[in-house]
Design a protein around this ligand. Sequence first.
Ligand code: FFO
Ligand code: ATP
Length: 277
Amino acid sequence: MAGLRFLVGAMMSKLATPTIPNTTCFTRSLILHPQPHSLAMNNNHNHNNKLDEIFTLKRHLRSKIKKDLRSMDPLLRSHQDDAIQSLILDAPWFKSSKRLCAYISCSALREVDTSKILQNVLQNPTKDGETKTLYVPRVEDKNCHMRMLNISRMDDLIANSMNILEPAPVDADGNDRKDVMLADEPVDLLLLPGLAFDKTGRRLGRGGGYYDTFLSKYQELARQRNWKQPLLVALSYSVQIVEDGVIPLTPSDVFIDALVSPSGYIPITAAAQEILP
Ligand SMILES: Nc1nc2c(c(=O)[nH]1)N(C=O)[C@@H](CNc1ccc(C(=O)N[C@@H](CCC(=O)O)C(=O)O)cc1)CN2
Ligand SMILES: Nc1ncnc2c1ncn2[C@@H]1O[C@H](COP(=O)(O)OP(=O)(O)OP(=O)(O)O)[C@@H](O)[C@H]1O
Protein backbone atom coordinates (compact mmCIF):
# COMPACT_ATOMS: atom_id res chain seq x y z
CA MET A 1 0.00 0.00 0.00
CA ALA A 2 2.87 2.35 0.82
CA GLY A 3 4.22 1.78 -2.72
CA LEU A 4 0.84 2.49 -4.24
CA ARG A 5 0.47 5.61 -2.12
CA PHE A 6 3.86 6.86 -3.29
CA LEU A 7 3.01 6.21 -6.93
CA VAL A 8 -0.35 7.94 -6.66
CA GLY A 9 1.18 10.83 -4.74
CA ALA A 10 3.88 11.31 -7.36
CA MET A 11 1.36 11.26 -10.20
CA MET A 12 -1.07 13.55 -8.47
CA SER A 13 1.56 16.19 -7.74
CA LYS A 14 2.46 16.24 -11.45
CA LEU A 15 -1.20 16.61 -12.37
CA ALA A 16 -2.12 19.30 -9.82
CA THR A 17 -4.93 17.22 -8.32
CA PRO A 18 -8.08 19.28 -7.64
CA THR A 19 -9.69 18.97 -4.23
CA ILE A 20 -13.10 19.61 -5.76
CA PRO A 21 -14.48 17.88 -8.85
CA ASN A 22 -12.82 19.39 -11.90
CA THR A 23 -13.54 17.67 -15.14
CA THR A 24 -11.37 20.01 -17.17
CA CYS A 25 -8.10 19.74 -15.27
CA PHE A 26 -6.23 17.99 -18.12
CA THR A 27 -7.31 20.28 -20.92
CA ARG A 28 -7.49 23.62 -19.10
CA SER A 29 -3.79 24.47 -19.49
CA LEU A 30 -3.98 23.82 -23.25
CA ILE A 31 -6.97 26.15 -23.59
CA LEU A 32 -5.28 28.94 -21.64
CA HIS A 33 -1.95 28.62 -23.47
CA PRO A 34 -2.51 27.74 -27.17
CA GLN A 35 0.52 25.89 -28.56
CA PRO A 36 2.12 25.26 -31.95
CA HIS A 37 0.71 22.14 -33.67
CA SER A 38 3.63 19.77 -32.98
CA LEU A 39 3.89 20.86 -29.36
CA ALA A 40 0.15 20.39 -28.92
CA MET A 41 0.41 16.87 -30.43
CA ASN A 42 3.21 16.09 -28.02
CA ASN A 43 1.20 17.40 -25.08
CA ASN A 44 -1.76 15.32 -26.16
CA HIS A 45 0.45 12.25 -26.22
CA ASN A 46 1.78 12.99 -22.69
CA HIS A 47 -1.75 13.67 -21.48
CA ASN A 48 -2.96 10.27 -22.80
CA ASN A 49 0.04 8.54 -21.24
CA LYS A 50 -0.72 10.14 -17.89
CA LEU A 51 -4.38 9.14 -18.15
CA ASP A 52 -3.37 5.56 -19.00
CA GLU A 53 -1.09 5.52 -15.95
CA ILE A 54 -3.88 6.76 -13.69
CA PHE A 55 -6.34 4.18 -15.05
CA THR A 56 -3.68 1.54 -14.35
CA LEU A 57 -3.39 2.79 -10.76
CA LYS A 58 -7.18 2.61 -10.45
CA ARG A 59 -7.10 -1.00 -11.65
CA HIS A 60 -4.45 -1.87 -9.05
CA LEU A 61 -6.44 -0.30 -6.23
CA ARG A 62 -9.60 -2.11 -7.40
CA SER A 63 -7.76 -5.46 -7.28
CA LYS A 64 -6.45 -4.76 -3.79
CA ILE A 65 -9.87 -3.79 -2.39
CA LYS A 66 -11.59 -6.75 -4.09
CA LYS A 67 -9.02 -9.03 -2.42
CA ASP A 68 -9.67 -7.40 0.97
CA LEU A 69 -13.41 -7.80 0.48
CA ARG A 70 -13.07 -11.47 -0.48
CA SER A 71 -11.04 -12.17 2.65
CA MET A 72 -13.56 -10.45 4.95
CA ASP A 73 -15.10 -12.79 7.52
CA PRO A 74 -18.72 -13.47 6.40
CA LEU A 75 -20.03 -12.88 9.91
CA LEU A 76 -18.28 -9.50 10.13
CA ARG A 77 -19.65 -8.63 6.71
CA SER A 78 -23.15 -9.52 7.78
CA HIS A 79 -22.81 -7.40 10.97
CA GLN A 80 -21.54 -4.48 8.92
CA ASP A 81 -24.42 -4.92 6.42
CA ASP A 82 -26.90 -4.68 9.30
CA ALA A 83 -25.13 -1.73 10.93
CA ILE A 84 -24.98 0.30 7.71
CA GLN A 85 -28.59 -0.40 6.79
CA SER A 86 -29.83 0.43 10.31
CA LEU A 87 -27.92 3.73 10.27
CA ILE A 88 -29.59 4.62 6.99
CA LEU A 89 -33.07 3.48 7.99
CA ASP A 90 -32.87 5.58 11.19
CA ALA A 91 -31.40 8.69 9.53
CA PRO A 92 -33.72 11.73 9.25
CA TRP A 93 -32.37 12.47 5.75
CA PHE A 94 -33.40 8.98 4.66
CA LYS A 95 -36.78 9.05 6.40
CA SER A 96 -37.66 12.37 4.82
CA SER A 97 -36.49 11.46 1.32
CA LYS A 98 -39.35 11.15 -1.16
CA ARG A 99 -37.68 10.00 -4.35
CA LEU A 100 -34.42 8.11 -4.45
CA CYS A 101 -32.09 6.03 -6.59
CA ALA A 102 -30.51 2.98 -4.98
CA TYR A 103 -28.48 0.02 -6.21
CA ILE A 104 -29.62 -3.60 -5.96
CA SER A 105 -26.74 -5.14 -4.03
CA CYS A 106 -24.96 -8.18 -5.40
CA SER A 107 -23.46 -10.36 -2.69
CA ALA A 108 -21.11 -12.14 -5.14
CA LEU A 109 -19.52 -8.73 -5.73
CA ARG A 110 -19.32 -8.22 -1.94
CA GLU A 111 -21.39 -5.07 -2.12
CA VAL A 112 -22.93 -3.58 1.00
CA ASP A 113 -26.38 -5.13 1.28
CA THR A 114 -29.30 -2.88 0.38
CA SER A 115 -32.12 -5.44 0.69
CA LYS A 116 -33.53 -4.06 3.96
CA ILE A 117 -33.42 -0.50 2.67
CA LEU A 118 -35.19 -1.47 -0.55
CA GLN A 119 -37.78 -3.45 1.35
CA ASN A 120 -38.40 -0.45 3.60
CA VAL A 121 -38.68 1.95 0.65
CA LEU A 122 -41.13 -0.28 -1.17
CA GLN A 123 -43.29 -0.96 1.88
CA ASN A 124 -43.33 2.10 4.09
CA PRO A 125 -45.08 5.38 3.49
CA THR A 126 -43.09 8.56 4.35
CA LYS A 127 -43.99 10.88 7.26
CA ASP A 128 -46.55 12.58 5.01
CA GLY A 129 -48.18 9.22 4.32
CA GLU A 130 -46.70 9.01 0.80
CA THR A 131 -44.88 6.01 -0.59
CA LYS A 132 -41.31 6.78 -1.71
CA THR A 133 -40.50 6.56 -5.39
CA LEU A 134 -37.61 4.22 -6.08
CA TYR A 135 -35.38 4.14 -9.16
CA VAL A 136 -32.80 1.40 -9.69
CA PRO A 137 -30.03 0.96 -12.29
CA ARG A 138 -30.40 -0.78 -15.59
CA VAL A 139 -27.35 -1.15 -17.83
CA GLU A 140 -28.29 -0.32 -21.42
CA ASP A 141 -24.97 -0.89 -23.18
CA LYS A 142 -21.27 -1.28 -22.51
CA ASN A 143 -20.70 2.35 -23.46
CA CYS A 144 -21.12 3.68 -19.89
CA HIS A 145 -24.87 3.93 -20.45
CA MET A 146 -27.07 3.14 -17.49
CA ARG A 147 -30.63 4.30 -16.80
CA MET A 148 -32.39 4.58 -13.45
CA LEU A 149 -35.87 3.10 -13.80
CA ASN A 150 -38.80 3.16 -11.41
CA ILE A 151 -39.83 -0.07 -9.69
CA SER A 152 -42.57 -0.72 -7.18
CA ARG A 153 -41.86 -4.36 -6.25
CA MET A 154 -38.75 -6.51 -5.98
CA ASP A 155 -40.55 -8.96 -8.32
CA ASP A 156 -40.01 -6.36 -11.04
CA LEU A 157 -36.33 -7.42 -11.22
CA ILE A 158 -34.53 -9.97 -13.38
CA ALA A 159 -30.83 -10.93 -13.44
CA ASN A 160 -28.72 -9.35 -16.20
CA SER A 161 -25.64 -10.82 -17.92
CA MET A 162 -23.50 -9.62 -14.97
CA ASN A 163 -25.85 -11.46 -12.60
CA ILE A 164 -27.08 -8.20 -11.09
CA LEU A 165 -30.83 -7.82 -10.66
CA GLU A 166 -32.35 -5.04 -12.75
CA PRO A 167 -35.74 -4.00 -14.12
CA ALA A 168 -36.95 -4.79 -17.63
CA PRO A 169 -37.59 -1.57 -19.58
CA VAL A 170 -41.35 -2.25 -19.56
CA ASP A 171 -43.54 -3.26 -16.63
CA ALA A 172 -45.95 -6.23 -16.38
CA ASP A 173 -48.67 -4.19 -18.16
CA GLY A 174 -46.36 -3.44 -21.07
CA ASN A 175 -45.87 0.22 -20.09
CA ASP A 176 -42.45 1.88 -20.25
CA ARG A 177 -40.99 2.25 -16.78
CA LYS A 178 -40.44 5.82 -15.66
CA ASP A 179 -36.85 6.91 -16.34
CA VAL A 180 -35.51 9.29 -13.69
CA MET A 181 -34.03 11.51 -16.42
CA LEU A 182 -37.55 12.07 -17.79
CA ALA A 183 -39.32 12.50 -14.45
CA ASP A 184 -41.08 15.77 -13.55
CA GLU A 185 -39.79 15.77 -10.00
CA PRO A 186 -36.22 15.50 -8.73
CA VAL A 187 -34.74 12.69 -6.65
CA ASP A 188 -33.47 13.89 -3.30
CA LEU A 189 -31.13 11.00 -2.53
CA LEU A 190 -28.82 8.57 -4.33
CA LEU A 191 -27.42 5.54 -2.50
CA LEU A 192 -24.24 4.55 -4.31
CA PRO A 193 -22.12 1.42 -4.55
CA GLY A 194 -18.38 1.45 -5.14
CA LEU A 195 -15.13 -0.29 -4.35
CA ALA A 196 -13.22 2.38 -2.42
CA PHE A 197 -13.95 5.76 -0.89
CA ASP A 198 -12.12 8.45 1.03
CA LYS A 199 -13.23 11.16 3.41
CA THR A 200 -12.66 13.91 0.84
CA GLY A 201 -15.42 12.45 -1.36
CA ARG A 202 -13.42 10.44 -3.86
CA ARG A 203 -15.12 7.27 -5.07
CA LEU A 204 -13.65 4.37 -7.03
CA GLY A 205 -16.26 2.32 -8.89
CA ARG A 206 -15.94 -0.96 -10.78
CA GLY A 207 -14.45 0.73 -13.81
CA GLY A 208 -17.46 0.82 -16.13
CA GLY A 209 -17.92 4.57 -15.84
CA TYR A 210 -21.68 3.99 -15.52
CA TYR A 211 -22.22 5.89 -12.29
CA ASP A 212 -19.90 8.81 -13.09
CA THR A 213 -21.64 9.25 -16.45
CA PHE A 214 -25.12 9.03 -14.95
CA LEU A 215 -24.29 11.32 -12.01
CA SER A 216 -22.84 14.11 -14.10
CA LYS A 217 -25.85 13.98 -16.47
CA TYR A 218 -28.28 14.05 -13.55
CA GLN A 219 -26.45 16.93 -11.87
CA GLU A 220 -26.61 18.86 -15.15
CA LEU A 221 -30.37 18.15 -15.44
CA ALA A 222 -30.90 19.39 -11.86
CA ARG A 223 -28.94 22.59 -12.69
CA GLN A 224 -31.03 23.22 -15.82
CA ARG A 225 -34.29 22.74 -13.93
CA ASN A 226 -33.18 24.73 -10.87
CA TRP A 227 -33.72 21.67 -8.69
CA LYS A 228 -31.84 21.06 -5.47
CA GLN A 229 -28.98 18.66 -6.17
CA PRO A 230 -29.60 15.16 -4.77
CA LEU A 231 -27.49 14.01 -1.84
CA LEU A 232 -24.92 11.45 -3.01
CA VAL A 233 -24.36 8.92 -0.24
CA ALA A 234 -22.09 5.90 -0.67
CA LEU A 235 -22.36 2.72 1.40
CA SER A 236 -19.02 1.33 2.53
CA TYR A 237 -17.60 -1.51 4.60
CA SER A 238 -14.75 -0.34 6.86
CA VAL A 239 -12.08 -1.91 4.60
CA GLN A 240 -13.27 0.17 1.65
CA ILE A 241 -12.39 3.51 3.26
CA VAL A 242 -8.86 4.39 2.24
CA GLU A 243 -6.53 7.20 3.26
CA ASP A 244 -7.32 10.59 1.74
CA GLY A 245 -5.75 11.07 -1.68
CA VAL A 246 -4.99 7.38 -2.31
CA ILE A 247 -7.80 7.01 -4.85
CA PRO A 248 -6.46 8.11 -8.25
CA LEU A 249 -8.61 10.76 -9.95
CA THR A 250 -9.61 10.94 -13.61
CA PRO A 251 -11.44 13.88 -15.20
CA SER A 252 -14.93 12.35 -15.16
CA ASP A 253 -14.94 11.30 -11.49
CA VAL A 254 -17.91 12.66 -9.54
CA PHE A 255 -17.41 13.33 -5.83
CA ILE A 256 -19.82 12.04 -3.18
CA ASP A 257 -21.46 14.10 -0.40
CA ALA A 258 -21.31 11.56 2.40
CA LEU A 259 -20.41 8.03 3.38
CA VAL A 260 -22.20 5.55 5.60
CA SER A 261 -19.89 2.95 7.13
CA PRO A 262 -20.48 0.71 10.17
CA SER A 263 -18.95 3.42 12.35
CA GLY A 264 -21.51 6.00 11.28
CA TYR A 265 -22.52 8.73 8.87
CA ILE A 266 -19.52 10.64 7.52
CA PRO A 267 -20.54 14.00 6.04
CA ILE A 268 -18.12 15.37 3.44
CA THR A 269 -19.72 18.37 1.74
CA ALA A 270 -21.63 21.31 3.19
CA ALA A 271 -24.86 19.77 1.87
CA ALA A 272 -24.16 16.64 3.90
CA GLN A 273 -23.32 18.67 7.05
CA GLU A 274 -26.51 20.70 6.77
CA ILE A 275 -28.79 17.70 7.08
CA LEU A 276 -27.29 16.61 10.40
CA PRO A 277 -29.95 16.84 13.13
N1 FFO B 1 -25.35 -3.54 -7.70
C1 FFO B 1 -24.81 -2.80 -8.66
N2 FFO B 1 -25.52 -2.50 -9.73
C2 FFO B 1 -24.94 -1.78 -10.73
C3 FFO B 1 -23.61 -1.34 -10.64
C4 FFO B 1 -22.87 -1.69 -9.48
O1 FFO B 1 -21.69 -1.35 -9.31
N3 FFO B 1 -23.52 -2.42 -8.53
N4 FFO B 1 -23.09 -0.62 -11.66
C5 FFO B 1 -22.03 0.25 -11.53
O2 FFO B 1 -21.38 0.62 -12.46
C6 FFO B 1 -23.68 -0.77 -12.99
C7 FFO B 1 -23.21 -2.09 -13.55
N5 FFO B 1 -21.82 -2.12 -13.67
C8 FFO B 1 -21.03 -3.18 -13.38
C9 FFO B 1 -19.69 -3.12 -13.70
C10 FFO B 1 -18.86 -4.20 -13.44
C11 FFO B 1 -19.40 -5.33 -12.83
C12 FFO B 1 -18.55 -6.50 -12.51
O3 FFO B 1 -19.03 -7.58 -12.29
N6 FFO B 1 -17.25 -6.31 -12.49
C13 FFO B 1 -16.30 -7.35 -12.10
C14 FFO B 1 -15.09 -7.34 -12.99
C15 FFO B 1 -15.40 -7.63 -14.40
C16 FFO B 1 -14.18 -7.50 -15.29
O4 FFO B 1 -13.18 -6.89 -14.87
O5 FFO B 1 -14.26 -7.99 -16.41
C17 FFO B 1 -15.83 -7.06 -10.70
O6 FFO B 1 -15.94 -5.89 -10.27
O7 FFO B 1 -15.32 -7.99 -10.06
C18 FFO B 1 -20.72 -5.37 -12.49
C19 FFO B 1 -21.53 -4.29 -12.76
C20 FFO B 1 -25.17 -0.70 -12.85
N7 FFO B 1 -25.68 -1.55 -11.82
N1 ATP C 1 -6.74 4.45 -20.37
C1 ATP C 1 -7.94 5.00 -20.47
N2 ATP C 1 -8.09 6.16 -21.17
C2 ATP C 1 -9.31 6.75 -21.27
N3 ATP C 1 -10.43 6.22 -20.74
C3 ATP C 1 -10.34 5.08 -20.05
C4 ATP C 1 -9.09 4.41 -19.86
N4 ATP C 1 -9.31 3.31 -19.10
C5 ATP C 1 -10.65 3.31 -18.83
N5 ATP C 1 -11.25 4.36 -19.41
C6 ATP C 1 -12.70 4.70 -19.36
O1 ATP C 1 -12.97 5.36 -18.13
C7 ATP C 1 -14.26 4.97 -17.66
C8 ATP C 1 -14.11 4.39 -16.29
O2 ATP C 1 -13.93 5.43 -15.45
P1 ATP C 1 -13.63 5.17 -13.94
O3 ATP C 1 -12.46 4.27 -13.81
O4 ATP C 1 -13.56 6.49 -13.27
O5 ATP C 1 -14.98 4.38 -13.52
P2 ATP C 1 -15.49 4.07 -12.10
O6 ATP C 1 -15.67 5.32 -11.31
O7 ATP C 1 -14.64 3.04 -11.48
O8 ATP C 1 -16.87 3.42 -12.49
P3 ATP C 1 -18.35 3.88 -12.15
O9 ATP C 1 -18.48 5.33 -12.48
O10 ATP C 1 -19.22 3.02 -12.99
O11 ATP C 1 -18.57 3.59 -10.74
C9 ATP C 1 -14.79 3.96 -18.62
O12 ATP C 1 -15.65 4.63 -19.47
C10 ATP C 1 -13.57 3.48 -19.39
O13 ATP C 1 -13.90 3.12 -20.68
